[in-house]
Design a protein. Structure first.
Length: 277
């Protein structure tokens, strides 16, 4: 069984829900207390054993590349000012052996299209997908839980969670085989992207995947669908005809930081620990 060492981070979106803040700053760089949102997601990946981070970016996301690069001028100034602890904060040890790769997505044509941009780097390896908008706090992390589930079932895994029935139209939603459930893991029968009516369940796909490289075969043959975009859920739906896929109901606190409400709640949740120290 191949070890999962690569994670794809689609970060090319425009972040329009946070305008005007995101006019010049990528939404992934918005701070949650003292770290940008994207750093929490990369930290989750690294703690799960990922050694190569693949960012699918656009021309407006240079700040993400700069954030994970070394800033020698700033480090030197901090050292001369006697602020060596800050050097450790901006040049973290956990990232020192991690390979960061950046691939430009020139036109935003959906999540499926973003993942396709990483095909030449993934090749025939299983890999993780992490959507940084979804901040999930737990130990072990959501990605760690999905990787363990992948090892156990030897198939692609989707992170899912229960959502209110009146919110299912915001998500990809899975239909499951109710006769088979093992440790919060369900065998998928179907998956539907943002159902307007008659959602097959209230189990929604929430920003975390561990997929077989076979997904690229289906993505390469997809036509645009919902919103005129290439949807990853459509490729997973096709994959279900040929092999098993499971959904794992992860443990952890989830915050949709792509929305103002979720972003503020994430800050409030993490601030509690800070003020209790």
């Amino acid at each position: 069984m191949k070890t999962i060492t690569k994670a794809v981070f689609p970060v090319a979106g425009l972040g329009t829900r946070f305008l005007p803040a995101t006019k010049a700053i990528p939404k992934e760089m918005l701070p949650i207390i003292d770290k940008p949102l994207i750093e929490y997601a990369v930290e989750e990946a690294v703690n799960a054993g990922i050694t190569e981070i693949i960012f699918i970016t656009s021309h407006t996301k240079r700040a993400i590349e700069d954030h994970f690069d070394q800033n020698f001028e700033l480090e030197e100034k901090l050292i001369h000012s006697g602020k060596k602890d800050f050097v450790k904060k901006i040049n973290r040890d956990i990232f020192k052996d991690i390979k960061f790769t950046y691939v430009r997505q020139k036109t935003q044509n959906g999540l499926g299209d973003a993942i396709l941009h990483a095909e030449h780097l993934i090749q025939e390896e299983p890999f993780a997908i992490i959507l940084a908008d979804d901040l999930i706090i737990n130990n072990p992390s959501c990605t760690s839980q999905l990787i363990e589930t992948y090892k156990e079932h030897q198939c692609s895994v989707i992170g899912v969670n229960e959502v209110p029935e009146n919110e299912t139209e915001k998500y990809g939603v899975i239909s499951i085989d109710k006769s088979v459930s093992i440790n919060n893991t369900f065998f998928l029968k179907d998956i539907v992207e943002k159902p307007k009516t008659n959602a097959p369940s209230n189990l929604a796909v929430v920003g975390r995947y561990v997929l077989s490289s076979k997904i690229f075969k289906y993505l390469n043959n997809l036509a645009p669908s919902v919103g005129g975009e290439v949807q990853l859920t459509d490729a997973i739906k096709l994959m279900l005809d040929d092999e098993k896929v499971v959904g794992h109901m992860y443990e952890g606190e989830h915050f949709d930081c792509g929305s103002r409400h979720g972003y503020v709640n994430a800050i409030k949740y993490l601030a509690k620990d800070m003020f209790n120290e």
